[in-house]
Design a binder for this molecule. Structure first.
Ligand SMILES: NC(=O)c1ccc[n+]([C@@H]2O[C@H](COP(=O)([O-])OP(=O)(O)OC[C@H]3O[C@@H](n4cnc5c(N)ncnc54)[C@H](OP(=O)(O)O)[C@@H]3O)[C@@H](O)[C@H]2O)c1
Length: 341
């Protein structure tokens, strides 16, 4: 029997919410039911573009609509805590943009509230649900590159330098670590299945006081190291490389939105592989059905329909551990937001 249509609501129909709506559009048994914005005309324009049914000029009205099955939060990070708290207290399941919150204390409170109210809560770390990552997981589990040694990645994009925009604005929890650094931390955690034992970090803080470039080294047990950088001031290769004792895996650019990965290994890869002198190369493509968000949306729907309170793919414990690490990295690079003081 087909599932009843799943009604999504959106809080904060800005830039990234369009990618959510695109992902939603390829899911048969789900729809954009309602859009809430502080400016009704923005909600209306968004709903018109993406076939949304209802529009609201307040987030409260959205969370109190009994037809809404779950809410996607797409406001800047500074507001995630208040927005998610509003939803959770109203008993509405939440898929919240990354980072879940600005710091671990906020994340902890949200998780406790979700549990106390028996409501689903998930950080929208969409990368972990992309089909190519399943391929990478298979290679890792098959030990296709031997023992893990080193992870190397960059996430660098020249962003607009408008001080009011969320990227550089400390009042909106701007800075590259929370915005982009959350990806290499979450992907490293996904590869390693654990948190680092130690780290070092350095950053360039720009005129507004937020980190415009952060570079960090995470050290795991058995000496495995993940080196990453995130920055707003240069366009980078944006690949994620996983080096092992007998080969490496390259998650192609942009790795957080990847559809391709390449395995270079000493072991034989079978008929599909391109033969080299001592190693073989295999590139696999897994194109998206829509804009790429459809996989995390489907996962959230699966979990909510099954009565789960979180997704095993991006568990609340993983989110919390990452927030704790980002708190520590921020302490190391001297970045505290004005509203945290
Ligand atoms: N997963 C990804 O690939 C990805 C990519 C980009 C961003 N993100 C995440 O998505 C979130 C939103 O980013 P975005 O670039 O889409 O945001 P945005 O376009 O700047 O803003 C989205 C919405 O947030 C509210 N908002 C913006 N600035 C505000 C302010 N100063 N005060 C109060 N409300 C404000 C507005 O909601 P109203 O319409 O209600 O006023 C706006 O429509 C961030 O947390 C970011 O990390 C994720």
């Amino acid at each position: 029997m087909a599932n009843r249509r799943f009604n999504w609501g959106i809080i904060g129909p800005g830039r990234i919410a369009h990618q959510f709506a695109d992902g939603l559009s390829v899911i048969e048994d789900a729809a954009l039911y309602a859009v809430a914005s502080s400016r009704l005309e923005r909600a209306k324009a968004f709903a018109e573009q993406h076939a949304g049914e209802k529009t609201y000029d307040s987030y409260e009205t959205l969370v109190n609509d009994p037809q809404v099955d779950a809410i996607y939060i797409a406001t800047p990070h500074r507001f995630h805590f208040d927005n998610a708290m509003l939803c959770l207290k109203a008993g509405k399941p939440v898929l919240c943009e990354k980072p879940l919150t600005v710091n671990a204390a906020e994340a902890q409170q949200l998780i406790e509230t979700a549990r106390a109210n028996n409501v689903f809560l998930m950080e929208a770390l969409w990368t972990r649900y992309l089909p190519i990552y399943q391929q990478v997981r298979q290679w890792l589990e098959a030990k296709a590159i031997g023992d893990l040694r080193l992870l190397v990645s960059t996430f660098g994009i020249n962003v607009p330098k408008d001080k009011e925009e969320r990227w550089l604005n400390p009042e909106l929890a701007g800075g590259t670590l929370l915005d982009m650094g959350v990806y290499p931390i979450a992907v490293s955690q996904w590869v390693m299945g654990q948190m680092p034992q130690s780290f070092s970090a350095t950053a360039y803080l720009g005129k507004t006081g937020v980190d415009e470039l952060t570079a960090a080294t995470l050290k795991y047990e058995n000496g495995v190291i993940s080196q990453f950088s995130s920055n707003f001031i240069s366009d980078n290769a944006n690949e994620f490389l996983i080096y092992g004792s007998t080969g490496h895996i390259r998650i192609h650019a942009n790795y957080w939105a990847a559809t391709q990965a390449t395995l270079v290994a000493q072991a034989t890869l079978g008929a599909q592989a391109t033969p080299g002198a001592n190693e073989q190369t295999l590139t696999v493509s897994k194109p998206f059905r829509g804009g790429g968000f459809e996989y995390q949306i489907e996962e959230a729907m699966r979990c909510i329909r099954a009565g789960r309170l979180e997704s095993p793919g991006m568990s609340q414990a993983h989110t919390l551990a990452n927030m704790e690490l980002m708190d520590k990295i921020r302490a190391e690079i001297g970045l505290k937001y004005p509203f945290e003081k």
